[in-house]
Design a protein. Structure first.
Length: 266
């Protein structure tokens, strides 16, 4: 290999012209200062075909970094405008996250997807600041699920205020039909070996990012059995039509015949 004219220090590129299985990434992204994990996650997402899963769980299955570092990388890419996550509810009621990844920061490219309609500031009523939730105001069933998490992982110890703050999200899961055992598994599976934030922050992220299940289908109304309709018969006495299981006399003729039998017997 001829090294004539090559630098005496630093990297020397050995170029190969790629014609397949390659991804184009801007220098602004590849040389971005900051976390190497963020750039690695960005390069990996850019290399995936449309429709690939880029959830926290899917990315953790590919990378050796834990959930906290992966989620931090996604937040950095969102803040820089390279990634956008939109939470949308499907016609079946299930919440899904649609992710857009931009070759250049959002708003700088010609093919950015349209923004969803948002109300103007004048149309949004001002909401008073709500006080910090207290344990007495929280759903006791949700609080019980949260306080029992430390039995599965001793690191998941929550203060009363943290449990009260997380309880509404757990209540929403309970109302959607997710049982306490399922919630516990969703909140404790594949936790990182080391927490870089308080356990409440990890749980809040999982509660926020995990899609709610589709609502159960509406119950099928019970089938009401209608009484059988008896066929029409022609009376053997007066030839009047009446309903009965078999041919014979109508009620009037039967009553008349009964009276005649009584008179004859008397």
């Amino acid at each position: 290999m001829d090294h004539a004219g090559a630098p005496t220090s630093g990297v020397i590129h050995v170029r190969t012209r790629l014609t397949a299985d390659f991804t184009v990434i801007s220098n602004a992204l590849a040389q971005r200062r900051g976390s190497a994990v963020t750039i690695g996650v960005a390069a990996y997402i850019a290399s995936l075909p449309d429709g690939s899963s880029v959830t926290i769980t899917a990315l953790c299955e590919h990378f050796s970094e834990g959930e906290i570092l992966i989620s931090r990388a996604l937040r950095e890419l969102e803040a820089a405008g390279y990634l956008e996550r939109r939470r949308e509810r499907t016609p079946t009621g299930q919440v899904r996250t649609r992710t857009y990844f931009y070759d250049v920061p959002r708003g700088e490219g010609p093919d950015d997807p349209p923004e969803p309609p948002r109300p103007r500031p004048a149309d949004r009523p001002e909401e008073p600041e709500s006080p910090a939730p207290t344990l007495g105001d929280a759903d006791p069933k949700a609080v019980a699920v949260l306080t029992a998490l430390r039995r599965v992982d001793p690191r998941l110890v929550l203060s009363a205020q943290e449990a009260a703050r997380l309880a509404p999200a757990v209540s929403e899961w309970l109302a959607a039909g997710v049982g306490p055992r399922e919630i516990t598994e969703l909140l404790t599976v594949r936790l990182p070996d080391r927490f870089r934030a308080r356990p409440a922050s990890v749980l809040a992220f999982r509660l926020r990012e995990t899609p709610l299940p589709a609502p159960p289908p509406a119950p099928i109304p019970p089938v009401v059995e209608r009484p059988a309709v008896l066929p029409f018969q022609t009376c053997d006495g007066c030839e009047r039509a009446f309903r009965a299981p078999a041919p014979g006399h109508c009620r009037s003729c039967r009553d008349h015949l009964s009276e005649e039998r009584l008179r004859a017997a008397g």
